[in-house]
Design a protein around this ligand. Structure first.
Ligand code: OGA
Ligand code: MN
Length: 288
């Protein structure tokens, strides 16, 4: 196996045979590389669902938080299909929702934030559909001491209803009720990890910085996202069919560049469970 860095702050390519993905040495090296590089690209790996799930399990166990979502059956348990093809995925707002910076799993009942997400490309878009990843460890580290002090201790409510309402024209009562079944969760803006490193929990689901007026809080989040999305901290992946990419969901935010329904873009997604709790009294409040 060979690991080859892509940019100083983010990204590495891993060259390995798909049969060796669950070799304990490969798994350990990938775990460490995930923390170091934030995003690992396995060019043209062409994993089967079974191989992708086995790798997911070896890295820390699978989570199927897409179970709550009706769309996106991939034909294999615990594999979710990210696609705008209406024959496969009937709930396209969760997919168009990926067109904006986000971190996976912030609006789930389970507050152990998924450690990583794994995507493999089954069909690529003919236009658009690259995925961008921003290293929010590096972005935090590069803030001035003054800026770090300004955001220390802040907490942010993440709300799926306000977010999806902003990207779906005239949502139906049924849609609003469905999105509303996901909890509004409050997360710290700065996450001081057990490793001693610190990252930021950002994303388009953020809708209220606690203790700030709405506009000032949202402007702060927007500024931190713009800061984190500067080219030095970002890796943009142009997909080839068969590529597999895995990202550290604790230390990066990501978004897909828009693609159309007719593009037949199809990704198979698996999710790796987290074990490190986010500190603080995580308050979970059910949406109305
Ligand atoms: C996701 C996601 C990005 C993409 O599945 O969580 O954000 O490029 N996907 O499909
Ligand atoms: Mn995502």
């Amino acid at each position: 196996m060979k690991i080859e860095p892509i940019k100083p702050h983010i990204g590495a390519r891993v060259h390995v045979d798909p049969d060796q993905l669950t070799d304990p040495q490969v798994v350990q090296a990938c775990r460490e590389a995930l923390d170091t590089y934030g995003v690992l690209v396995f060019p043209k790996l062409n994993p089967t669902n079974h191989q992708q799930l086995a790798f997911t399990d070896a890295l820390g166990g699978r989570v199927d938080y897409s179970k709550a979502i009706d769309g996106g059956k991939a034909g294999t348990e615990d594999v979710y299909t990210v696609t705008l093809n209406p024959e496969i995925n009937s709930q396209k707002e969760y997919v168009t929702g990926t067109f904006f910076w986000h971190i996976d799993g912030l609006n789930m009942d389970n507050l152990l934030l998924p450690k990583a997400t794994c995507l493999s490309a089954r069909h690529v878009a003919d236009k658009g559909g690259n995925t961008q990843f921003a290293n929010v460890y590096a972005a935090y580290e590069a803030l001035s001491d003054e800026e770090k002090a300004e955001i220390e201790g802040l907490r942010v409510k993440h709300n799926l209803v306000t977010y999806l309402s902003s990207i779906v024209e005239e949502p139906t009562a049924e849609e609003l009720a469905r999105w509303g079944r996901q909890p509004i969760n409050e997360w710290p803006l700065v996450w001081h990890h057990e490793s001693g490193r610190s990252s930021m929990i950002l994303g388009s689901t953020a809708n209220h910085v606690v203790g700030m007026d709405l506009a000032s809080g949202l402007a702060l989040i927007a500024r931190l996202q713009e800061w984190s999305a500067q080219p030095d901290f970002v890796y943009e992946h142009k997909w080839e069919q068969g590529d597999m990419v895995i990202w550290d969901n604790h230390g990066t935010m990501h978004r897909a560049l828009p693609y159309g329904e007719t593009s037949r873009r199809e990704m198979h997604r698996t999710t790796i469970a987290g074990t490190e709790p986010v500190p603080g009294p995580d308050k979970v409040r059910k949406a109305a």
